[in-house]
Design a protein around this ligand. Structure first.
Ligand SMILES: Cc1cc2nc3c(=O)[nH]c(=O)nc-3n(C[C@H](O)[C@H](O)[C@H](O)COP(=O)(O)OP(=O)(O)OC[C@H]3O[C@@H](n4cnc5c(N)ncnc54)[C@H](O)[C@@H]3O)c2cc1C
Length: 406
């Protein structure tokens, strides 16, 4: 078939958690009913995991993210598939004695958050999208070229891998950390390599995780055990072991039994013996932040706009907040009859999200550096500070509520 040119009111690129949720949010807006929305996704269908098989990629969702997914009517199918609520969080300094314990009971909430397999969330969103006719899903199709608005052609134009051309006044890039749209549109970013890698895998431990998220900070990077649940069996965790690159490479080269033994020791055997470990994946860690989230006709959301260290498990929550803010601005434009790509709309979205994301990224950077310091004085001060923080329930609970968004 010869390539076609198609016109839309809005094009979204990327149907991951952020892009798919934004597409759902736009499609359910009453004033958006007449819009023609294209959602372009490069990948195929999401794999399905069940029983003792878990998706190695998980996200920690805050209660605020849950509320947003509930409004999109995808939370229930996600729960029916597999979601693990955690009630407590233990964080401790592996180079000292300080520890912090966060408890949902202290902030009068059912839980602190939820560990969800990425494929569970994305499948639920894509199934919901299939019920929303305004969204035309073009998949698998990836963006290979882009032309910004021109005086004679005010729409943004993209070319897909199959040769088709799509045009719309507004293009939203939700195509993840390696965003092709961000690159083609020459958005400037600030970025640096952490010189660390994250090893992710699923493990089975001899003791139950007690519906608790665990994180040990070491000089070489944090090690997190995130609870998973399969039919009430609470012995599975998703691990995210961030480590300086040479150490990560050494760990990746170990055979399974030796890796399990090293992992158990690094985790101080808090959950007993590591009985099994799935295939390991190793992901390079980079801090990246676009200096602007918008330019004429093009806007960035989610990982396309920002990547942070996984130590606080906040990446996707920030992306969902971007999506909610942009959906709110688009609704406002539709109600007031303002063009979707109007400068004021994109600026308002950027103003809401850029500073807030930068704040979270700076806080994470501070944490990473604080725990990466090897000097005795800093270790001592850090331990005293952490212990004091743990003993200040008002401050601690205030911060927990801020992160949870409640
Ligand atoms: C090791 C690790 C652990 C993490 N743990 C957590 C955690 O506990 N909690 C948390 O909140 N976050 C966590 N994160 C971050 C989280 O995974 C990301 O923030 C989140 O997945 C970003 O979602 P997104 O939809 O923006 O991007 P993605 O999930 O990357 O989705 C992008 C989509 O765009 C598509 N795409 C890409 N290029 C193109 C193209 N050219 N054309 C069309 N489509 C395209 C892709 O196929 C994909 O479907 C972690 C990250 C890492 C690396």
């Amino acid at each position: 078939m010869s390539p076609m040119t198609k016109n839309y009111d809005l094009i979204l690129v990327g149907s991951g958690l952020v892009g798919a949720s934004l597409a759902c949010a736009l499609a359910v807006l009453a004033p958006a009913k007449p819009l023609r929305i294209a959602l372009v996704e490069a990948g195929g269908d999401m794999p399905s995991y069940s029983g003792e098989q878990f998706d190695p990629r998980v996200v920690a969702l805050t209660p605020a993210s849950r509320q947003w997914l509930e409004r999109l009517q995808v939370w229930q199918p996600m729960q029916q598939a597999r979601v693990c609520a955690y009630r407590d969080m233990h964080v401790w300094d592996g180079e000292g004695t300080a520890a912090i314990h966060f408890s949902s009971a202290d902030v009068r909430q059912e839980c602190l958050g939820y560990i969800v397999e990425n494929s569970v969330a994305v499948r639920a969103l894509r199934e919901r999208l299939a019920q929303l006719p305004q969204v035309e899903v073009l998949q698998p199709a990836s963006v290979v070229d882009l032309r910004g608005p021109q005086p004679m052609q005010p729409d943004v134009q993209i070319t897909l891998s199959n040769g088709d051309t799509l045009r719309a006044p507004l293009l939203i890039a939700a195509d993840g950390a390696q965003s092709r749209v961000r690159e083609l549109a020459a958005f400037r970013t600030r970025e640096w390599d952490y010189q660390q890698r994250a090893i992710v895998a699923t493990v089975r431990t001899s003791e139950t995780h007690a519906y608790t998220a665990w994180q040990r900070f070491m000089y070489t990077g944090p090690l997190a055990f995130l609870p998973l649940s399969e039919a009430g069996d609470a012995h599975y965790c998703s691990i995210v072991w961030s480590a300086d690159t040479p150490l990560a490479e050494e760990l990746m080269d170990l055979d399974n039994a030796t890796f399990c033994a090293r992992l158990g020791a690094a985790f101080e055997h808090r959950l007993g013996k590591i009985e099994q470990c799935s295939e390991r994946f190793c992901i390079p860690l980079r801090q990246r932040h676009a200096q602007q989230y918008s330019q004429p006709g093009i806007v960035l959301v989610g990982d396309a706009a920002h990547n942070i260290h996984p130590l606080a498990g906040q990446g996707v929550n920030l992306g969902l907040l971007d999506a909610a803010a942009l959906a709110g601005e688009i609704e406002r434009a539709l109600v007031r009859n303002i063009p979707l790509a109007d400068y004021s709309i994109l600026r308002r979205y950027q103003r809401q999200r850029l500073a807030s994301n930068l704040g979270m990224m700076s806080a994470m950077e501070g944490f990473k550096r604080l725990f990466g310091h090897r000097s005795l004085e800093v270790t001592l001060l850090r331990n005293i500070g952490l212990q004091q923080f743990n003993d200040l329930p008002l401050l601690k609970n205030y911060l927990v509520k801020q992160v949870m968004g409640v």
